[in-house]
Design a protein around this ligand. Structure first.
Ligand code: ASP
Length: 340
């Protein structure tokens, strides 16, 4: 037996060399899981709510579809050029923040004091680093501030004056609060001063994006003016990591829209990630289960979710949700209504 050993070891050598070579070539993720190159994917939303084909004019429907396609293209261009999921999320959201159709950046809803207060968050699924802000009134692109907080600060979240001061210190573009207020919002869009914040038949035009890049990394981001008629200082789910926004390479990337109070109480985004990671559930079952749970609490809304295999789901409990996707086949799909 002893005499056999050297020749056996000798025989195993080529296999060992091959194995070592393979181990060196396959990238190892932050979590220590081997991951080969991925097909990039991007999923965006522009809010959920009482959105029905009967009540929307053809012009408005076309405008929304074009706006979603434009934002999807911006984000997808980043991914196709080898850019990161974080960059793609930021590009798609920045585009929607500039579009007055959405409740984010310019065109955001008004508070009960007729001002605009913006919330945003971004999260990197590879490192689980995150940046978030709430109640900013002068930062032109809140999603850029979220990214800057993530990358340039020790902290995860800044609020109101502190967020503005950090943005100024970092040289981000600032504008007057009036810049965000459009004529449509000023004239109320049907809003009465006595309306309760976020009447259930309202539209939640928050924007969000989840992306998977060629390196197999996920990212998520959300940006919003919150809910219409919200009280001064109110914080929604969008900037709260684990409620409206979450990303982890271990599970999935999530961005939510809807009645934020319920998404906070249901810790919605993280509960989807936990169901995927520990609950042995498919991505779409996990997302649906969380939307059902939010409904049990009394809230409505929707989520967009994406995992490292490029699986996607967009469940919502409202009539419709503005949403668009592009995956491995490169085909871009834009949907608005519930029956599409
Ligand atoms: N979830 C957002 C909030 O409660 C609103 C929305 O989705 O439009 O602030």
């Amino acid at each position: 037996m002893l005499y056999d050993l050297p020749s056996r070891v000798h025989g195993l050598l080529p296999a060992c060399v091959l194995l070592l070579g393979w181990l060196c070539l396959v990238p190892v993720t932050a979590q220590g899981q081997a991951h080969t190159a991925s097909d990039p994917a991007l999923l965006i939303h522009g809010g959920a709510g009482s959105i029905s084909a009967d009540e929307m004019s053809d012009e408005r429907e076309t405008a929304y579809r074009e706006a979603l396609r434009t934002a999807l293209k911006e984000g997808n261009a980043v991914l196709q050029n080898g850019g990161s999921a974080l960059e793609a999320v930021q590009a798609a959201i920045t585009t929607m923040e500039s579009d007055t159709l959405f409740n984010a950046g310019r065109g955001a809803v008004l508070t009960s004091e007729n001002t605009v207060e913006l919330d945003a968050a971004i999260m990197d699924g590879k490192t689980r680093n995150a940046g978030a802000l709430t109640g900013v009134k002068t930062v032109k692109h809140p999603i850029r501030l979220a990214r800057t907080i993530m990358e340039e600060s020790y902290h995860v979240m800044f609020a109101q004056d502190g967020a503005e001061a950090f943005a100024r210190q970092q040289g981000l573009e600032l504008v007057e609060n009036d810049y965000f207020i459009t004529e449509a919002r000023r004239s109320g869009d049907g809003r009465e001063a006595a309306d309760p914040p976020s009447a259930p038949d309202e539209k939640f035009g928050t924007v969000g994006a989840v992306a998977l890049d060629v390196d197999g990394n996920l990212a998520a981001g959300t940006s919003t003016g919150g809910i219409s008629n919200k009280e001064f200082g109110r914080v929604g789910d969008s900037p709260i990591i684990g409620a409206g926004t979450y990303a982890s390479n271990r599970s999935c990337a999530v961005s939510a829209t809807g009645q934020g109070e319920f998404f906070i109480r249901g810790v919605a985004a993280h509960s989807i990630a936990s169901r995927v990671r520990f609950g042995d559930m498919s991505l779409s079952d996990a997302a649906q289960a969380t939307i059902d749970e939010i409904e049990e609490l009394g809230g409505v809304g929707g989520v967009i979710v994406l995992d490292r295999e490029g699986n996607m789901a967009t469940p919502f409990s409202t009539q419709g949700m503005f949403r668009a996707r592009v995956g491995a086949d490169g085909e871009m799909t834009v949907r608005i209504f519930g029956d599409e």
